[in-house]
Design a protein around this ligand. Sequence first.
Ligand code: DC
Length: 219
Amino acid sequence: MTVVAIDGPGGSGKSTVARRVAASLGFVYLDTGAMYRAVGVLAHEAGLDLSDEAAVAAVAATAALRFDDEGRLFAGERDLSAAIRTLAAGEAASRVSALPAVRRLLVERQRALAAGGDVVIEGRDIGTNVCPRAELKVYLTASANVRSRRRYDELTASGHEVAHDEVSRAVEERDRRDTTRAVNPLRKADDAVEIDTSELTLDEVVAAVERLARERLAR
Ligand code: DC
């Protein structure tokens, strides 16, 4: 069992890089942010106050979240993979992910999924908390400007109508919340390799992470 952990803020390129590296290594790809997004969406739909820890944790405990073979996220039989990709879902995810009881439940599930085989797992606290013994830890960063631009491009490409400054504000607010929360905030693990992706193409980042992964696997 080999674990490649990729952490970083939103818009650092994590998801695309993790997916492509997983495909090229023949590993399973695990997107932990999708799980927080799903809990945020379900709690919001249920009309819950997103700071009500017990109520939101009950949603996380009963949601029966699972990924199918194509990486689509389901709650029971319901495919949530489109609903979790909106700006509002990201916002809700960031709020519910600050609740310790929600994190405990999802982290437990993530560890069980990661124990199932060779995985590339991405999130905010993978190298520091979910998989502290990962064979390779990568921390991706990019300037706030570049990250807002990428998030904006992603949202508009998937048909969402958003203003660029609305996205920048949301990115800043999320950074603030994700790095300052009390439990497992976004932080580079001491033994993670940091890559600033601001000036790199996606192909360059994928190649760099793949090279690191193959070096570690060869040991
Ligand atoms: O990577 P993403 O945009 O899908 O993540 C959505 C939110 O979920 C993010 O703002 C913080 C939270 N998150 C987390 O707290 N821990 C993780 N391992 C992954 C995501």
